[in-house]
Each structure stands twice: as structure tokens, then as C-alpha cells.
Design a protein. Structure first.
Length: 292
């Protein structure tokens, strides 16, 4: 069995698209066959025709077949663009940038590999259909993308709440550090005032007091330095946390917009499908009337 060099999930997606393409190709061929059959039924009613009549019939047939084939080719191009759009949209959700190599689209070796893969897959599909006539139900087209967006929104909301909690904690710690710094500064001023009042005491008392003040001052400076460093760290952490919070809020807003856009596309898809169904019914009715 031919392989495409992708994982099992992606290969399954390729098989699904190839089945869709095979179905569209079969419908196009049936349309072309019906054009020839219509010509046989409506024009070939006599035994002999002039050259002008044959040319006129062939010109009419060429015009109809050309229009049908051109319409199908254009529709195939648009379908491929929509398929690429789905892939690119999914990649952009994860901040990926996909690239395509158009030259590989004309690589005969790769085209032959795809043809062999389609042939083997079609053969295996026929065998599975013969062995098990029960067909599984198809999952909705956009349900997987909506579920992923819902999970992403829930995750971003959870991260948003965590960052808000962390921000409140850091603000509380910063406030406490500032209060501690104010208390230490007040204690230093009190000690300095006490030192000034005790200048007239005995030399021994002055020496002991100076030693105590020096020790307290040293301890205060150390504590003040630690508090300043901690305050600086808390301020930087606070700024970083606020930036992370803004980033998460932007991602949350983008995800919610993408989810809303996804639902709108689903409704548009259903409306377009209903319009195409009505148009097909009108075409069938016109063909029946033309045949009559």
C-alpha cells in the first residue's frame, strides 16, 4: 500500500478529501456524458445530415461541454482554496506560518505516488464496504475547531485569574515592604534623637550608647538594603506580571473573536448549502422541461 509520508491522522484527512474529489470528478463525468446523450436524443433523429448540420451540432456540444468543464475546474480551484484556508487558519491559532511549494504540484513521481495511493485506498475501501455495509456517520465539519477554541478560551481565562491573584499578592507584599521601610526610618530618627540627648552623660554611657546605635544603624542599613532590593524585585515582578496579564487578555479577546467568527462561518455554510440545493433542483427541473 502506497504511503504519503504523513501521520495516521493526516493520512485519514487526505483520504477523506480524495473521496470528496473522486465524487466531484464522477459527477463532472456524468454531466459530460449527459451532454452527449442529450445531443443523441434531441438531434440525432434523422439518418442523414449535411456537413453544416454536423458542424452546428458539434459546435453546440463543444460549447456545452466547455462550459461544464470550465465550471467544474473553477469550482475545484475554489474548493482547494477553501481547504488551504482551513489549514492556514488552524496553523495561525498556534502562531505557525505554513509554506507551500507549487513546483511539487507538477512532480510526476509524487503525482504517481498519489495515484497509487488513491488506487490502493479505493480498492481497500471497496473491500471494507463489501465486508461491512454499515456506513459510519460523519462528524460535523467545524465541531473540532470549536471545541479547541472553547478549551483555549477556558485555559486563557484560568491563566488570567491566576495572574490577577498573583498581581494582588505582589501588590500586598510591596505595600508591606514600604510600611516596613517607613518604620525602620522612624526608628533610626528616634535613635539619633536619643543619641543627641545622651551626649552629656558619662563617657562610658556614651560609648555604650554609640556602640548600640552603630549596631542598630548597621542592622538597619542591612535591612534597608534588603528591603530596597526586595522592593525593586517586587516592582519588576509587578511590571512583568502586568505585561503577562495584558498579553493573556489580548489572547483571550482574540480567541473569543475567532470563536464568534467560527460560529458565523458555520451558519453561512448552511445557508450557502441550502442555496446550492435549490439551484440544483432548478437546474434539474429546467433539464426535464428541456427534454420534454
Amino acid at each position: 500500500q502506497a504511503e504519503l509520508g504523513v501521520n495516521e491522522h493526516h493520512q485519514s484527512e487526505v483520504v477523506s478529501y480524495m473521496r470528496f474529489a473522486r465524487f466531484k470528478r464522477g459527477m463532472c463525468l456524468k454531466t459530460v456524458d449527459s451532454c452527449f446523450q442529450d445531443l443523441k436524443d434531441s438531434r440525432l433523429v434523422e439518418e442523414t445530415f449535411t456537413v453544416d448540420e454536423v458542424i452546428d451540432m458539434l459546435d453546440g456540444l463543444q460549447s456545452v461541454v466547455h462550459s461544464e468543464v470550465e465550471s467544474e475546474l473553477i469550482n475545484t480551484t475554489y474548493t482547494n482554496v477553501l481547504l488551504l484556508r482551513q489549514l492556514f487558519s488552524q496553523a495561525e491559532k498556534w502562531y505557525l506560518k505554513l509554506q507551500t511549494d507549487v513546483s511539487d504540484l507538477e512532480n510526476r513521481e509524487l503525482l504517481h505516488q498519489v495515484a497509487e495511493f488513491e488506487k490502493s485506498e479505493y480498492t481497500s475501501s471497496n473491500e471494507k464496504t463489501t465486508a461491512d455495509p454499515i456506513k459510519p456517520k460523519l462528524a460535523p465539519l467545524n465541531e473540532g475547531g470549536s471545541e479547541l477554541l472553547n478549551k483555549t478560551v477556558a485555559h486563557l481565562q484560568e491563566e488570567n485569574e491566576k495572574l490577577k491573584t498573583r498581581l494582588r499578592t505582589i501588590e500586598t507584599q510591596a505595600t508591606a515592604a514600604l510600611d516596613e521601610k517607613s518604620k525602620l526610618e522612624k526608628s533610626l530618627r528616634d535613635l539619633q534623637m536619643i543619641q543627641g540627648d545622651q551626649k552629656n552623660n558619662a563617657n562610658q554611657d556614651i560609648t555604650e550608647l554609640e556602640n548600640k546605635v552603630a549596631a542598630l544603624k548597621s542592622q538597619f542599613e542591612k535591612t534597608l538594603n534588603d528591603t530596597t532590593a526586595n522592593q525593586k524585585f517586587l516592582e519588576e515582578d509587578l511590571i512583568t506580571t502586568k505585561h503577562d496579564l495584558l498579553k493573556v487578555q489580548d489572547q483571550l479577546s482574540a480567541a473569543e473573536k475567532e470563536l464568534e467568527k467560527k460560529f458565523q462561518q458555520t451558519a453561512a455554510y448552511r445557508n450557502m448549502k441550502e442555496i446550492l440545493t435549490r439551484k440544483n433542483e432548478q437546474i434539474k427541473d429546467l433539464r426535464r422541461r428541456l427534454s420534454k
